[in-house]
Design a protein around this ligand. Structure first.
Ligand code: CDP
Length: 235
């Protein structure tokens, strides 16, 4: 039975293109309103890391799909509450893999892994479990369309590929990764292509989602916009 508190809580689904700033705004909103934040992309990234580590990617960068599907029952993903760095860490079979899953090596293989229907099925079920009591903000590609089609607030974020690549490049340099802007740009464009054209749950705006083009917005302007939409929903 739903408690009074559950009845007041909503589900917020934030979808959009790669490196569009979804995670930053979703994480910040969760902090401000005391909701749980779930980064669904981190879950696809953790499965990808598992595949790379277990030799399930060929030298030609093809995923060994059958092997990965067979290994799915051995892949357990969870999250550790934010610690001193203020960031929630992703755990793969109990190991904190947060610092590995954003590497270019994983970024280059994650979209091919995310097209596999069995992978999506498993992660979607887990994501739906996270949202069972509402009070959750989840970002990704198919949250408003497939994971939570009844979410009370749906946002679809976009910005030009150049702007998104610039943001991601800056973020990677700040983390000390040795990357070229061109490599990051190509990855952004290629992931957009794979994510929007795959057969199962392609990236697309849900018909009831509000579109946000944040190309010219500062993080704080973006936050004000999102908070206003949230307040409108919860009254
Ligand atoms: O790098 P960025 O933050 O833009 O992406 P992410 O949210 O970490 O997601 C990484 C990749 O996982 C995406 O490019 C998709 O291929 C896949 N993904 C997905 O298919 N469905 C989701 N709900 C979330 C991510």
């Amino acid at each position: 039975m739903k408690g009074i508190d559950d009845a007041k809580k909503i589900i917020v689904a934030i979808d959009g293109y790669s490196s569009s700033g979804k995670s930053t705004m979703a994480r910040e909103l969760a902090k401000r309103v005391g909701y749980v934040y779930v980064d669904s992309g981190a879950m696809y990234r953790a499965v990808t890391l598992y595949a790379i580590r277990h030799d399930m990617v060929t030298p030609e960068k093809k995923v060994k799909t059958e092997e990965l599907i067979a290994a799915l029952p051995d892949i357990h993903i969870s999250f550790q509450a934010a610690g001193a760095d203020g960031i929630q860490h992703t755990l793969l079979n109990g190991e904190d893999v947060e610092k590995f899953i954003r590497d270019m090596e994983v970024s280059n293989m994650v979209s091919p892994v995310a097209v596999i229907p069995e992978v999506r099925q498993r992660l979607t079920a887990l994501q739906q479990e996270f949202g069972i009591h509402k009070g959750i903000i989840m970002d990704g590609r198919d949250i408003g369309t497939t994971v939570f089609p009844d979410a009370e607030l749906k946002v679809f974020v976009c910005a030009s590929p150049e702007e998104r690549a610039r943001r991601r490049y800056k973020e990677l340099l700040e983390k000390g990764e040795d990357v070229e802007y061109d490599e990051v740009y190509k990855n952004v464009v290629e992931r957009d292509r794979i994510d929007t054209t795959r057969e199962v749950s392609p990236l697309r705006k849900a018909s009831d989602a509000i579109e946000l083009d944040n190309g010219d917005m500062t993080p704080s302007e973006q936050m004000d916009w999102l908070l206003e939409k949230f307040q409108e929903q919860v009254g």
